[in-house]
Design a protein around this ligand. Sequence first.
Ligand code: NAD
Length: 368
Amino acid sequence: MANYDLLLLPGDGIGPEVMAEVEGVAGWLNAQTQNSFNVDIDLVGGAAIDAQGVPVSDATIEKADKADATILGAVGGPKWDGVDFEVRPEAGLLRLRKDLELFANLRPAICFPALADASSLKREHVEGLDIMIVRELTGGTYFGEPKEITDLPDGQKRAVDTTLYTTSEIERIVRVACDLARKRGKKIHSADKHNVMKTGVLWHEVASRIFKDEYSDLECHHILADNCAMQLVRDPKQFDVLVTDNLFGDMLSDEAAMMTGSLGMLPSASLGAEMNGKRKALYEPVHGTAPDIAGKSLANPIATIASFAMALRYTFNMGEAADMVDQAIANVLDAGLRTGDIMQEGKRQVGTVEMGAAIRAEMDRLAA
Ligand code: NAD
C-alpha cells in the first residue's frame, strides 16, 4: 500500500470542471487499488489573484514542491486581462515551472483510431500515431540574456534574443528523452540546427556522445529541425521519441498536436531533475481556460484525465493503472461518446461530467 500526495490546481475557466473529473479518477483508484492519493486542492491564476492578490502564493509553491505530483487545469481569462503584467494569471504558471526547475516538457501526440478522421492529415498517416516530443523548457532562446529592445541613434530600434545552452543543460534533457525511448519503441530523434547555429553544433555534439556512450541499445538519429517539421507531416509514424530545444520544441510539439484532432485531447508533463529517485513534476492539459464554454459543462475532460494518467506512469510508477485509464478513454471514444469539440456525425454528444463518468464506468469494466 503506497500513500501519495497529489496537489490539484484547477485554476480558471473550464479548469475546475475538468479537474473535478481527475478527482473522480483519483477517487476511483483510492477505492479500487492498493494505492492511496491524499488530494489537496489549491488556487492558481486568476482565482488566486482574486482571493490572495497574487497568481500563485508562496504557500502553494511550497505545497507543489513537497507534493509527489501536481496537476494543473489552466489559468487566465478576460476577467484578468487588465492586471499588471508581473501578476497576470500566466505568471503563476511560469513561477511554478521556474521554482520547481521543470526543464523537461513531455508532449505526447497520440491519435486514437476513433478520431483519426478529425486530423488534418489522411487517416493512414495518423491512425495509431504515438509520438513523444521532449522539449527543453527552461533554457534556449526564451530565457537567454541579453534579451532586449534598444534605441539606435538613427531612430530605429534593435531587438535581441539570445539562444544559449550549456553542456549540462543538453545532457540532462537528452537523457530524459533516451530513458523514455528505452521504455517505448527504443528509437529517438534529436532535432537541431547545427548547420547554422552554434547552439545547434553543441547540441549535436552532446547528443551524439550521450547516444554513443550511454544508449547504444537505442536506434538514434539526428535530424535538422526544419526537415523534422516537414517529416512530421510527410510521415509522422517514423518518429517515436523526439528531443529538441525550447524554441524548436514549441513549434514542433504544436505541429504534432494538430495531427491528433482537438486541443481537448492533449496532455503534457513537465519534469525536473531526479533527486533520491524522485522528480518534481507538473502535469497539465495543453489547452487553456476556454472562456467561451466555461461553466456550461461542455469542456472535454480527456486532456486533463490523460495528464493524470501521465502522472500515474511517470511519477507514481503505476503503469498498469495508466494503461487502464488510457484504454478506458479509447474505449469510450470507440463506443461513440464525444464532447462538443470532437463531435462527429452519428456520435453521441455528452457533457464534461458524463464523459468523466463514462471513463470511470469503463475502468470498472476493465478492472472486473
Ligand atoms: P483555449 O485553449 O482556452 O481555447 C481555444 C479553443 O479551444 C476554444 O474555442 C475553446 O472552447 C476550445 N477548447 C479548449 N480546451 C477545450 C476543452 N477541454 N474542451 C473543449 N473545447 C476546448 O485557448 P485561448 O482561447 O487562446 O485562451 C483562453 C484563455 O486561456 C486565455 O486567457 C489564455 O491566456 C489562457 N491559456 C492558458 C493556458 C494554460 O493555462 N496553460 C494555455 C493556453 C491559453
